[in-house]
Design a protein around this ligand. Sequence first.
Ligand code: ACO
Length: 333
Amino acid sequence: MKILRRATITGNGKYLPPEVMTNKDIEKIVDTSDEWIRSRTGIEKRRIAADDMTTSQMGYLAAKEALEDADLAPEDLDLIIVATVTPDMIFPATSCIIQEKLGAKNAAAFDLEAGCSGFVYGVSVAGQFISSGMYDNVLVIGVETLSRITDWEDRDTAVLFGDGAGAAVMQSTEKGGFLAYDLGADGAGQDALHVPAGGTIKPASEETVKDKLHFIRMEGNTVYKFAVKRMGKASLEVIKKAGLKREDIDLLIPHQANTRIIDAAARRLKLSSDKVYVNLPEYGNTSSASVPIALAEAKEKGLIKKGDIVVLVAFGAGLTWASAVIEWNEERG
Ligand code: ACO
């Protein structure tokens, strides 16, 4: 893949709502146990946004932190991409609401929907705008308020999800930066993970509310098998595209859905656990927010050094998958 001008990440940010819901708290709501949740998923707790918190507000708070980290003013932004399956409204785009909150008056803005793969799809889209020379400063946000579309009476899904936001500022670079991306989709798996109503097939009605069709429906096992296969494959594919080998990987930042899925990907890549970033026990599955939150945290903890090869990989509703490999530099273009 010939890249005309490389894009890189120059700033990271995250926002996690302060309200913590533990597995013990969930035991009081549905028929489950702390032991089942830990052993089957690896999750111990998750953050749940307060009633007055919104997707755009969490995205805005993560974005502010990323802009400060990149030492960039909101007016300098050319484009804002928001990856989410839980927008403030069907339209306008949540990116436009965040643009207004930030005062990023020179930025174009659109939302991107690729399930939990949304943020990694987002960085690849931002990378194309930067590589082509169309834009210099792009903000990519992954943000979700999944608690609002979770059926709190369904133990199959209620134990899995959490709320939060992560953001990254992308700019051009002379050295390093994003070396390759790999994106994919398999629409045949659309029913394995979806919210049946609220769109044009089944507009909201008394019946859709009564039948709980506005909540996440998931065939856990189908998604699990897909994820186990795809996470490893997409990671191998992207490092091959970048002309690297799996031994070159310094840190894998996988979508945080299930530790068993992450472990399977790590085994396929022959990576030791210190090379795989996991914060799933703390936050649960925050869908498109999980990779940018993990990236911001890994950086804060000093786990990423200049020159490191970092692989981002995710899977999600669609079904979709996405991976990207970055040679970490944080040099500004
Ligand atoms: N507590 C207790 N028991 C439960 C619970 C629960 N919360 N949920 C299911 N069970 C029971 C089931 O009813 C079943 O009981 P049975 O054997 O009597 O029928 C048993 O536990 C086993 O159920 P399985 O579904 O086979 O459990 P599995 O080991 O597959 O784990 C899980 C389920 C954790 C959902 C797993 O399939 C998974 O992680 N799938 C991927 C899900 C995922 O990542 N989704 C998000 C995708 S990203 C996005 O785009 C939002």
